[in-house]
Write a protein that binds this ligand. Structure first.
Ligand code: NAP
Length: 458
């Protein structure tokens, strides 16, 4: 066990372990968590009540999560010192305990000079001066000097897949006529492409050097006053991501995996992503898959039962396909940028941008998270929708193999939405609905689960 300074490791729980590509989960696993900044605390409190309630109702006390609080973002400035937003021991705990869950974190948008230590509201200088106190909660301002902590966690732990399931929940208002037809899981590469962050600002010495090299040595032609960005997409990075997506499809008996790319324009990055994907499918999953070409060339378009169809689509076409023929898609594997756009657009299609869950997964380490931000103007108002964090908790339970508890939460949430007692964001779109607070929403889901527990008996 690592030597933790501020983190208090509970004595009544055990570690989740990982061997031969499989997790071994005890009945009392220690799970590190942090509520996050801004509205994170309200969201976390409701989520914890729901997760604990589901485990209790599903397993009658035989299983229990032992929570271990860690810190990151603004909280860690209070726990540690004024420069530590991503403490080493938080990363160590995520590594050692294998499965973790986190709330949203502040990433000040370019230009914002100050951020409130308590409510995470961001503000610029007022008439060229540092604002005295936070206008919202009167707390102290700090000057942020950090890039995204979220990105830091993903990179330092090599959580190379951002996994976002997107489906409709009965009763959620949405812009399409048949939202139930979309039921997909997006595996988005999390470490390369634009996330590799290789950029050169126009006019800097580095940009000039890269420009000279590309135009003179490599004989490429483009404007001298360009900002330059490089998007590396590697064979290693692509293959491990697509391998995880295919394995997921096999394990969950999903009908297809579609690789999404812009290979028509960028052959050696996006196109290569697709080619490496087919290579993984054919060499590592040969008896479990059929490629789309094989389907038409050899099988007369008849898909053999129990096999996963491997296909690819150009990214822009996929946006219209998901709207027009959503039920032809199941698992999607994408490079970083395509997946970023696609997962938000797909979530919006089923009305669930505010309740879309997510996870960052690597080999033997997984961190589950709400996909929205800190919504700072609602900090401590007990107002925002905890659905995203709760559903990320559902993904976490599924990942741990505690599927009965996961199913119970889905049923409890569906019943809650059907009752039209929802948080403000859903209420404003649902005629005849009643607004409830974050904490009420969570507590009522737990109440719903009491009467539903027989339906998921372990
Ligand atoms: P945001 O926090 O996601 O909030 C934007 C708007 O989305 C809110 O004003 C609210 O809409 C709605 N919203 C967000 N979460 C909600 C919830 N749980 N329930 C109901 N409505 C919700 O985005 P932002 O204001 O652009 O970003 C604020 C901070 O969060 C920034 O520092 C940003 O970098 C960070 N961020 C973090 C993550 C992460 O940690 N994963 C992700 C994205 C952004 P209405 O105003 O219409 O009510």
């Amino acid at each position: 066990m690592a030597n933790y300074k501020k983190i208090k490791v509970p004595t009544n729980g055990e570690k989740i372990s990982y061997k031969d590509g499989k997790l071994s989960v005890p009945n009392n696993p220690i799970i590190p968590y942090f509520p996050g900044d801004g509205t994170g605390l309200d969201l976390w409190k409701a989520t914890q009540v729901v997760l604990d309630g589901a485990v209790l109702h599903a397993y009658g006390g035989k299983r229990k999560i032992v929570w271990m609080e860690v810190a990151a973002g603004l909280t860690s400035l209070k726990w540690y010192d004024k420069d530590t937003v991503l403490p080493e021991e938080t990363l160590e705990a995520f590594k050692e305990f294998r499965v973790s869950i986190k709330g949203p974190l502040t990433t000040p948008v370019g230009g914002h000079k100050f951020v409130c230590l308590d409510c995470s509201k961001e503000q610029n200088e007022v008439a060229g001066k540092r604002p005295e106190k936070c206008v919202q909660c009167k707390s102290e301002w700090i000057t942020p000097r950090f890039r995204s902590v979220n990105v830091g966690i993903r990179q330092k732990l090599d959580l190379y897949a951002c996994v976002r399931p997107v489906r409709w929940y009965q009763g959620v208002p949405c812009p399409v006529k048949e939202p139930q037809k979309l039921d997909i899981v997006i595996f988005r590469e999390n470490t390369e492409d634009v996330y590799a962050g290789i950029e050169f600002e126009k006019g800097t010495p580095d940009q000039k050097q890269v420009y000279e090299f590309l135009t003179k040595t490599m004989k490429k032609n483009f404007r001298e006053d360009s900002g330059i960005g490089i998007k590396p997409i590697s064979e290693t990075g692509s293959k491990r991501l697509i391998r995880m997506a295919i394995q997921y499809a096999v394990d969950h008996k999903k009908p297809s995996v579609t690789m999404i790319h812009k290979g028509n324009i960028q052959k050696f990055t996006e196109g290569a992503f697709r080619d490496w994907g087919y290579e993984v499918a054919k060499t590592e999953f040969r008896d479990k898959i059929v490629t789309e070409q094989e389907l038409w060339d050899d099988l007369n378009g008849k898909m053999p039962a129990g096999k996963v169809l491997i296909k690819d689509r150009i990214a822009d076409q996929t946006f219209q396909q998901l709207l027009l023929r959503p039920d032809e898609y199941s698992v999607l594997a994408t490079p970083n940028l395509n997946g970023d756009y696609l997962s938000d657009a797909a979530a919006a299609q089923v009305g669930g941008l505010g309740i879309a869950p997510g996870a960052n997964i690597g080999d033997g380490i997984a961190c589950f998270e709400a996909t929205h931000g800190t919504a700072p103007k609602y900090t401590n108002l007990d107002k925002v929708n905890p659905g995203s964090l709760i559903l990320s908790g559902v993904m976490m339970l599924e990942h741990m193999g505690w599927v009965e508890a996961a199913k119970l939460i889905i049923k409890g949430l569906e019943k809650q939405i059907a009752s039209k007692r929802v948080t403000y964001d859903l209420e404003r779109q649902m005629p005849g609905a009643t607004t409830v607070k974050t904490s009420q929403f969570g507590a009522e889901i737990v109440k719903n689960m009491e009467s539903l527990r027989e339906t998921v008996a372990a």
